[in-house]
Ligand binder design. Structure first.
Ligand SMILES: *[C@@H]1O[C@H](CO)[C@@H](O)[C@H](O)[C@H]1NC(C)=O
Ligand SMILES: *[C@@H]1O[C@H](CO)[C@@H](O)[C@H](O)[C@H]1NC(C)=O
Length: 466
């Protein structure tokens, strides 16, 4: 039986971080969680994907590591692609929340008094535009906690010692929320003594972590292309969303036409933000029942699917640089070496966005359902695997775990700390690394960023101004 031994170091890490949370959260006990908390798409808390963490964030399930029991494997390298933690809304969403709150204050009348009273008496607009997408305290905690758990799962790789000696490479997107996240991750690994300050040692690398904005084929073909997100637009004005809108308007006593689909979404997001930022059960949550939340989740999924995932091939191809980077790192770590050579790099930490993770997951062939989600097939999509609430919550993470085994190196994928099998290699949790390479041969040999991203526009001829 393969087992993970927990070193004294990592126990200390856990104890220390426990102490830190005790100090930082001496507030009221955990609040009740809104019944719709697991449907917030990319605004879902990590704990609502892994609810056991609500009881004990230090809990680590060592049996998620599943190399064959009879091959005496041990993890030799970890590459982790991680999304930033909980954050404030961006400017655009703050302005929408502002409009919603003004509308409700000015015009809501005549609906069931309960809702108006709840919102009017219990809620004040507290978001300001300067918050613009920054990481919140809870977001720092998301990353510190994740680091604490991963260091217990991989005590020999993510050790304080390896961090101090700079053997762990950390790269991040330049966005403030990601830089803050990569710092928090290091705090989670660092075993301070007294007031020993954490020495951060990350690099900013947008070419790697924000490849999407550098891929012209993607920017022109999807990002700036009005028809690329047609399914989202149709769904927004379709029957299901209209029902949600009507019910919300009735509860608030607003004329139906005053409540746009964007304002409905703003209320839903408000519920999510108050939970993820302040651990509050916001009065705005009561405007939605579980079926409404499923409809709104579907709208977010449609957007991510058509903008960042399988909806357009160029979205996944834009992540070719990151894909190649990950496999180059794994190649190096798995290469046979003499006992006199330096041991492989223990871990590589890559901090980015949902927009970083979704294209890469899609390129790997994950979460690709038989039937694409569209505006018209909501009712046949309940069993879909593409649910962003489960895939890319705050602090979402994709782990590539490389093992040294008797028959050669093996690779396992974990998503949000749960095992996931490689498409096409479903027989094993941790197939031989050479079989994984064979499965992705076409991408390892191709997937050229410049050809994929510039090719399309070049093919239109030199006379077209872009
Ligand atoms: C631990 O992980 C294994 C493998 O994914 C799973 O089957 C099991 O239910 C998990 N145990 C707990 C207590 O979550
Ligand atoms: C815009 O998106 C549509 C729908 O996906 C696609 O057919 C079209 O080719 C795209 N336009 C450009 C300029 O790439």
């Amino acid at each position: 039986m393969f087992s993970v031994s927990v070193s004294a170091n990592s126990l200390l890490t856990a104890a220390l971080s426990l102490l830190l949370t005790r100090l930082s959260s001496s507030g009221p006990p955990a609040p009740d969680v809104p019944h719709i908390a697991a449907y917030f798409g990319t605004k879902t808390r990590y704990e609502d994907v892994n609810p056991h963490l609500l009881r004990d964030w230090t809990s680590v399930n060592a049996s998620v590591l599943k190399p064959p029991a009879d091959e005496r494997c041990s993890p030799v390298h970890l590459t982790a692609v991680i999304r930033h933690g909980s954050r404030y809304p961006t400017g655009k969403n703050i302005r929408r929340i502002q409009r919603l709150s003004e509308l409700v204050r000015r015009e809501a009348a005549g609906g069931p008094a309960y809702w108006q009273q709840e919102i009017r008496s219990r809620w004040d607009m507290w978001f300001t535009e300067d918050m613009d997408g920054q990481l919140v305290m809870k977001g720092r905690e998301d990353l510190r906690h994740l680091a604490g758990r991963l260091s217990r799962l991989f005590p020999d790789l993510l050790s304080d010692q390896n961090l101090r000696t700079r053997r762990i490479r950390l790269r991040t997107s330049s966005k403030h929320r990601c830089v803050s996240s990569v710092e928090a991750f290091q705090e989670g690994l660092w075993l301070g003594e007294g007031d020993d300050e954490v020495e951060f040692s990350h690099e900013v690398d947008d070419e790697l972590m924000r490849f999407f904005e550098r891929c012209r084929g993607y920017v022109e073909g999807v990002e700036k292309n009005r028809t690329a997100l047609m399914e989202v637009e149709k769904f927004k004005h379709g029957e299901e969303m209209d029902g949600v809108r009507r019910r919300m308007a009735e509860k608030l006593g607003l004329p139906h036409h005053r409540l746009t689909p964007d304002l409905v979404e703003a209320a839903f997001f408000l519920c999510s933000y108050e939970l993820s930022i302040k651990s509050l059960h916001s009065p705005w949550c009561f405007l939605f029942d579980e079926n409404d939340a499923k409809v709104l989740e579907y709208q977010s999924d449609l957007k991510q699917y058509w903008k960042r995932s399988h909806g357009h091939v160029i979205s996944s191809l834009s992540s070719c640089p990151l894909f190649h980077h990950v496999f180059r790192t794994l190649d190096k770590a798995g290469r046979p070496r003499r006992s006199t050579e330096a041991p492989p790099e223990p871990a590589a930490i890559l901090l980015g966005h949902a927009e970083t993770l979704l294209p890469l997951l899609s390129l790997l062939g994950l979460y690709k359902d038989q039937t694409p989600p569209t505006a018209n097939n909501y009712h046949s999509q309940h069993g879909r695997s593409f649910r962003t609430s489960l895939i890319v919550p705050y602090a979402a993470n994709l782990l590539f775990v490389l093992y040294d085994c008797q028959r050669g190196p093996r690779l396992q994928l974990l998503i949000n700390e749960s095992p996931v099998r490689f498409p096409g290699l479903e027989a094993e949790d941790a197939p031989l690394y050479r079989d994984v390479r064979a499965t992705y041969r076409h991408l390892l040999d191709g997937c050229d960023f410049h050809r994929e991203c510039e090719g399309r526009t070049a093919a239109r001829g030199p006379n077209i101004e872009l």
